[in-house]
Design a protein around this ligand. Sequence first.
Ligand code: YSA
Length: 352
Amino acid sequence: MTTSAFADLNALRDAATRELDAAVDAAALEAWRVAYLGRSGKITGVLRGIAAVPADQRRVFGAAANEIKVALEQRFEARQADLERGALSALASDAIDITLPGRPVDMGRLHPTTIVIREICGIFQSMGFQVVEGPEVEWDKYNFEALNIPKDHPARDKWDTIWVDANKDVEGRFTTLLRTHNSPMQARVMETNQPPIRVVVPGKCFRYEATDATHESQFFQVEGLVVDEGVSFANLKHTLYEFARRLFGGDRKVRFRCDFFPFVEPGVDMSIDCFKCGGRDPACRICRGSGWIEIMGAGMVHPNVLRNVGYDPARVSGFAFGMGPERIAMLKYGIDDIRLFYANDIRFLRQF
Ligand code: YSA
């Protein structure tokens, strides 16, 4: 027995040592302890079996087995301490230093068009207007017909239209389009509401046209509509004058000139005096030396438009207007090319 019993004991010690050194975490270490030193562990088993060793060798074998047990216990404790130290230093290297200064968050900004639209709507809201929005994909019926622009009417040429080929009428003509202006919301609002009406409509519109420094194929408009009994051209002038004064400053002069839009009678365009050069600089980039800057189209709502939505033009009247916020932003901030609004150049956008 003896030679092979001693050999087995040494093999057990070597296996236990190898496995202990390979244990890399607390769970593996505990599994090792149970397997070798636990109550049913292999070393404990050897010690329990000493009684079966021949009496003359029992003392030597017992001493050897006990020595191995003590050596393994010490090695176990050292390994445990090593692993704990390793875990602590890993924790320390992952720790967050709360005394370090934070990384600055890059703040988002409002787009200049949004800033101006909010300013325009805010001014009208303070005068009792409601803000409403409508669809960008529109029916021909609202974009043109309800606005006194029948099919094949030459006035349609004023609005270069992007048609949507989803729907056609019986004659094969497209009936849906990307709205070319925000005026279709006049008809939609009147169709579903009774006077008094006082609304402004911000939103995007689209035209099939070549872009240049002052023209985009997609741009915003803010439309306005007032309908009630006894609304007159004097109300239009006062409201728009007050708007221009609040947006551009108290000493602005305003000019109205005749213009034609099929959905108003009479129709006007409204200009403000040039706040850049006051008309004194023939090379002025803003007014081109004319002294006036056109900011919107407007007029008294045409009786046909009122009839089309079931209103009685003998009882109610109204005025409407439509302006381009990008063009107004260009004036306010001295921007000389409308294409900058859609170029997504962060150097441009950071300035607002
Ligand atoms: C007129 C009378 C009313 O009673 C009501 C509304 C109107 C406005 C009309 N619906 C209209 O669209 N007129 S408009 O063609 O002259 O455009 C109005 C404004 O939109 C312009 O003054 C301009 O500021 C802007 N705009 C027009 N085409 C543009 C543009 N902005 C950028 N790019 C374009 N291509």
